[in-house]
Structures are given as structure tokens and as C-alpha cells.
Design a protein around this ligand. Structure first.
Ligand code: ACO
Length: 431
């Protein structure tokens, strides 16, 4: 809601000015509402990368990057990580409140009974080359869900929106596990309703038809924690993509599929895969110094993957939680991973290096998540898929919020045109 304060912007070259109201939320800096700027002054704003631009109002997640604060619906991530579980967090993101016991039971029941994939969708996988990246299979399969649920997909109907949210959260692990099993030539497993969300997923991933899977509970606990930490992160690149696609009225499956492709890039969710590849490339702790030197060299494209964040310029609160879990998982699963030594050395070297200190480049959530995934036996190509399963809860919560917000408009940025000025067409023979 615009408050009484006004910021006045004047272009002194022509004395045109605009009185712009300040928009304030419940936390965080206020924003200048630029709605009338072009009309009053003839200027657009220029903010590549949207470093200073709020694209929407949202009541879902709050981040204070300077203080290292992350809240889902007001609850600190540290408390949710300690006391909650991924499915409860998904409910919270979607509904705004923590569920009462009966509400949670009903939600879990709904999710559990929407986990199956349509048998025809299973057949789609046969069309992929055996070494297709699982993110490619995930994006394509999720987009194709709209072909299966066409009849109950009125984006203006709140019940249809909610059903789509349930379906997406429920089916994402099934599709992800199917993509993995297809890539290694294993038969797909059906979801088992007697298991909880994360355990069910691990069974779909790793159970072979010939013998029961002996699962260490710490594996499910660790994965659940990672899912909580990745569930939402306000207007990041993939969520903004979901909202931009959603703003056109596109269906939720198409919107979330677009979010998946945005997540794939190494500057975003693809970073966890890139971290592991980087650690493997570095190989041993004695090579860390060279890696740090290369990361600082502006003539070298090499960056320390898993370091830096657009918003967190102090520390990433999720990285702190994950770091602890990382050590616990490796100890309890009896994994002695030399890559962890490389990671520790790298973290230590970067944190005391002026280049990283001055630029406030701290390890982000993806720095440790890859090591945990590796310890759980999840292959590197699946790391970003794990992220996508968790982020689906946030994406669909944002998509629903967008549709519940009155007066929403199609997302349509402006540009600074730098191309040719008007000129006359020259016939081919005269060029
Ligand atoms: N290694 C080396 N230098 C870095 C790194 C890095 N990982 N990250 C930033 N820098 C440097 C930049 O070169 C720049 O230096 P300069 O001021 O001398 O030009 C300065 O730090 C600021 O960096 P920007 O790229 O402007 O920061 P921005 O906020 O745009 O980018 C990003 C953030 C994309 C996360 C960046 O830090 C990065 O590429 N990190 C590695 C990839 C990564 O881990 N991504 C995961 C993000 S978390 C997530 O999506 C879940």
C-alpha cells in the first residue's frame, strides 16, 4: 500500500518532474513507485540485473542480505530447519500459516495420493537419448503435464490452482527419479504410499526390484533439510521467471517448467553441480592456492563456484546450517570424501583472502549441498534436479500468490535501444 511519503525526481534539463509515492512493506527498504515516471518526465529507468528493482509485492519470503536473515512467512530458516519438515514448509509457503495436525495430515494425504505419473508420461522418457541431462528430461516432462491435466486447468479458478500445486509438489520426485533411472537403464519404480515424502523419493531413486533398500535414516533427514533450505528464496531468477511466464496467463505446468530451465544455469541452481565439478578439477588441497589465484584473475573466466550471492553480502544463513549437516552426514554415513578436504581448504583460503573479503564473497548454499548429495549417492547431474524438487514448493506458492493479487499486469520490461537509427531498405543487388 503506497504510504504518504513522496520522492520528487526532477530532470533539470527540461524542468519536468515527477512526484513518486514510496511503497513500504512490513520489513525491508521502502521502494519508489515509478508508475508515473515516464508519463511525467519521459524517462524510463535502467537497472540491468534488477539489482534495485522490486518486481512485485509478496508475503511469502523475506531476506535481509546484509544481516544474513531468511524468513519463510515470518519464520526464521534456522527454526524451520530444526523443527519442521519439507512437507510442512511447503504447506506454510502455500497457505501462509503452519498447519494444525489435522491440516497437515490432510495435506500429506493429498500429496501422497497424487504422486503417480500418468503411464503415457512414462513412455515419453523412451524418446530421450540415454545420456540426456536429467534437467532436460525434468523440464520437458513438467511442461508436458499440462497436456494431461488440460480439463481441470482454469488458472482463474482457485480450486484448480490448488490442485495444480498439489500435483506439482507430489509428482516432481516421481518424475525426477524416473529421469535418473532412465539415464542408468533401471526400470522405473512406482511411488510407495506407506513412506514419507523424502523417504519415498529415495526409494524411487535407489530401490532395485531384486532386493529391499536399506536406507540410513540420516540420508532422509539430510535430504529433508536440504529441501527445506531450498524451498523458496523470494524473487530469484527462476521464481521471477515463473512469475513472468505466469503473468501471461500461462498454465502452472508451463510456468514451472520455465522456472526449471532458469534454475539450470550455473549462476543459479546449476551452481551445486558446478561446485562438485570444480572441486574434482582442483583435486587435492595443495591445488587450492592456484584455484584462488585464478578466481581473482580478471583475465581468467574461472570463478569460485558456490561463492558469492546477489543478495547475501554477509553470509548465507543456509550455508551455515548445511555446513554442519555436511559434517554430520559424512561422519554418520562413514564417508571419507577427499573432496571435503578440498572444500574446507578452499573455504578457509577464500575467507581470509582480501579479494573475497572486500567483495563480501562468502560460501553460498550450493557450496556444501553438492558434497551432501554426493555422500547420499546422488549423481552430479541430478544435483540441480534436487534443487528443483524443493523449489517447486516456492515457485507454485509464488504463482498462486500472483494469481490471487488483484490488478496484476503482464511483465514487460523496457530497454535502452542501442541499434541502428532509421534507414532505408537497400535492394539486394545494390548492397
Ligand atoms: N569467484 C570470483 N569472483 C567473484 C565471484 C566468484 N564466485 N562472485 C563474484 N565475484 C566478483 C566479481 O568478479 C566482481 O568483481 P569486481 O567487482 O572486481 O568486478 C564482484 O565479485 C561482484 O560480483 P558480481 O558478479 O557483480 O555479483 P552478482 O551479485 O552479480 O553475482 C553470483 C552473484 C552470480 C552468485 C556470483 O557471485 C557468482 O557467479 N557466483 C558463483 C556461482 C554461484 O555460486 N551461484 C549460486 C548462487 S546461489 C543460488 O542460486 C542458489
Amino acid at each position: 500500500m503506497p504510504d504518504a511519503k513522496i520522492v520528487k525526481l526532477t530532470d533539470e534539463s527540461n524542468n519536468r518532474s515527477s512526484e513518486l509515492p514510496l511503497v513500504t512493506g512490513t520489513l525491508g527498504p521502502s521502494c519508489i513507485d515509478l508508475g508515473t515516471l515516464y508519463r511525467d518526465t519521459g524517462h524510463f529507468t535502467y537497472d540491468p540485473g534488477y539489482g534495485s528493482t522490486a518486481s512485485t509485492r509478496s508475503a511469502i519470503t523475506y531476506i535481509d542480505g546484509d544481516e544474513g536473515v531468511l524468513l519463510y512467512r515470518g519464520y526464521p530458516i534456522e527454526q524451520l530447519a530444526e523443527h519442521s519438515n519439507f512437507l510442512e514448509v511447503s504447506y506454510l509457503l502455500l497457505n501462509g500459516e503452519l498447519p494444525k495436525q489435522a491440516e497437515f495430515a490432510a495435506f500429506e494425504h493429498q500429496i501422497t495420493h497424487h504422486t503417480m505419473m500418468h503411464e503415457s508420461l512414462k513412455n515419453f522418457f523412451q524418446g530421450f537419448h540415454h545420456n540426456a541431462h536429467p534437467m532436460a528430461m525434468l523440464a520437458a516432462s513438467v511442461a508436458s503435464l499440462s497436456a494431461f491435466y488440460h480439463d481441470d486447468l482454469d488458472v482463474d479458478n482457485p480450486d484448480d490452482r490448488r490442485l495444480a500445486a498439489i500435483r506439482l509438489i507430489a509428482k516432481m520426485p516421481t518424475i525426477a527419479a524416473a529421469a535418473y533411472r532412465y539415464s542408468i537403464g533401471w526400470p522405473m519404480r512406482y511411488p510407495r504410499n506407506n513412506l514419507e515424502y523424502v523417504t519415498r523419493f529415495l526409494h524411487m531413486m535407489f530401490e532395485v526390484p531384486s532386493e529391499p533398500l536399506m536406507l540410513n535414516p540420516v540420508a532422509a533427514k539430510a535430504l529433508d533439510l536440504l529441501f527445506i533450505l531450498h524451498a523458496d528464496h523470494e524473487q530469484n531468477a527462476s521464481t521471477s521467471t515463473v512469475r513472468l511466464v505466469g503473468s501471461t496467463g500461462a498454465n502452472p505446468y508451463a510456468s514451472i517448467a520455465a522456472g526449471i530451465t532458469a534454475l539450470w544455469g550455473p549462476a543459479h541452481g546449476g551452481a551445486n553441480e558446478a561446485v562438485l565439478k570444480m572441486l574434482e578439477e582442483i583435486g587435492t588441497p595443495d591445488k587450492v592456492e592456484t584455484a584462488v589465484r585464478r578466481a581473482k584473475d580478471k583475465n581468467d573466466n574461472f570463478r569460485l563456484m558456490g561463492f558469492g550471492h546477489r543478495v547475501y553480502k554477509n553470509f548465507d544463513p543456509r550455508a551455515r546450517i548445511i555446513r554442519e549437516m555436511c559434517h554430520k552426514v559424512l561422519a554418520e554415513l562413514g564417508v571419507n570424501d577427499p573432496l571435503l578436504d578440498v572444500a574446507m581448504k578452499l573455504e578457509e583460503a577464500a575467507l581470509k583472502d582480501d579479494y573475497f573479503v572486500e567483495r563480501k564473497l562468502y560460501p553460498n548454499v550450493d557450496f556444501y549441498s553438492g558434497i551432501i548429495y554426493k555422500a547420499l549417492g546422488i549423481p552430479t547431474e541430478m544435483f540441480t534436479v534436487m534443487f528443483a524438487i524443493a523449489r517447486t514448493a516456492g515457485w507454485i506458492a509464488h504463482w498462486i500468490e500472483q494469481h490471487e493479487t488483484p490488478g496484476a499486469r503482464i511483465g514487460r520490461p523496457r530497454q535502452v535501444y542501442t541499434g541502428a537509427v532509421p534507414r532505408d531498405f537497400i535492394p539486394a543487388a545494390k548492397r
